[in-house]
Design a protein around this ligand. Sequence first.
Ligand code: PLP
Length: 444
Amino acid sequence: MQQAEASKNNLFQKDKDHLWHAMSKYNEKAQPVVVKQGEGAWFTDMDGNELLDGVSGLWCLNLGHGREEIAQAAYEQMVNVAYFPLTLSHVPAIELSAKLSEVLKGSYTTFFSNSGSEANEVAFKIARQYHAQNGNPEKYKIISRYRAYHGSTLGALSATAQANRKSKYGPSAPGFLQVPPPYSYRSAFGDGEKSDLAAADYIEEVIKWEGADSVAAVVLEPFISGGGVLIPEPEYLTRVSEICKKYDVLLITDEVVSGFGRTGEMFGFMHSAGVQPDIVTMAKGITAGYFPLGATAVSSHIYERFKEKGEKEHFRHVSTFGGHPAACAVALKTIEILENEDVVNRVSKQSDSLLNELRELELHEQVGEVRGVGFLFGIELVQDKDSKEPNEELAAKVIAGCKEKGLVIGRNGDTVPGYQNVLIIAPPLTSTEKDLRFLIDTLK
Ligand code: PLP
């Protein structure tokens, strides 16, 4: 017993001395949460505490822990072909690229990388090269929205618009600009549904002011996730898509979080009529968190222009591990499970009743708004309903209180100083009724 305690403390000390944690302030006194074992939506820490993972790791562990068939797919691939770069080709990457085209319900060609940040970098470079090759070398600007997070590498961070996150890493790369998000609770365009459409129309204004010949792409998450779970009316994306088409501006949907069933559709853009993005970026849920993989799917009408250039031009980008054979095998198995177990439909069916239950929290004076789609929920905490002043302290308190009761939930990223006040709930898509009951009851 004493030996077990000593070895645990030794591990904690090594963690403190050598492991640099992401997005965390160093705290000498705090004991790290070290995961020992996982099962379904639950994990056990080194002290034997059992916790329900209400944020699916970092919104990626969509099928929960312990799916042996996924581990088996990686194992079989690794013992067969351990590695091969995609300057050449291998079977799982070929099969996965074809499968992605099918599930995106269009005709897409995919470039693989290792993460969501890289998938977005690739998208921006492809968009710029596409226009340059089409005789528009000045069409390079990328428009994103305030509160958005598109990744941590410098290009993706330039498209990210969360002030605290960017502080000390500036300036942003040239050619990235931001517009207000659709956010009816705190909209720059008045209240209610109409504010979402006004936010879309504002993008058209910006394209005109900047000069359409200078704008390459609009990048957006169909539902801003880490920026505070912003859920626009479906018409918002339809309108943005129309505007993009009108000005030959590519529409890039960042489906890193919203892809693979998180929102109750296979992809977030599928909630909006008539939208077929030019480029779709994916990561996280593509492997249900079992392996790193990023993917940038490019619509055939864009890829055609690269094909036409043939020997003269090509996309000058390579990632050693992008599209690793084991990652592709894991992604194929993940999609197979989503389809065979009808996961996305089940999320869609369960979502409304969960949202209704969570909306009961709006009776609380300090709950400003509860928002959600699929298994992605945000609870915006305020000082009081009239002032809508953000309440970060309460968010921290609720998160700590939930953890004590065995539930891990998250909060939004460093969007605007003082506004880390949105609780985020995104449990694994395969959570059982009992898991979900525990989640709601604990939160309440
Ligand atoms: N895009 C979105 C919407 C994200 O939420 C994230 C990560 O949280 C990324 C991109 C970056 O993904 P990664 O951390 O895999 O680089």
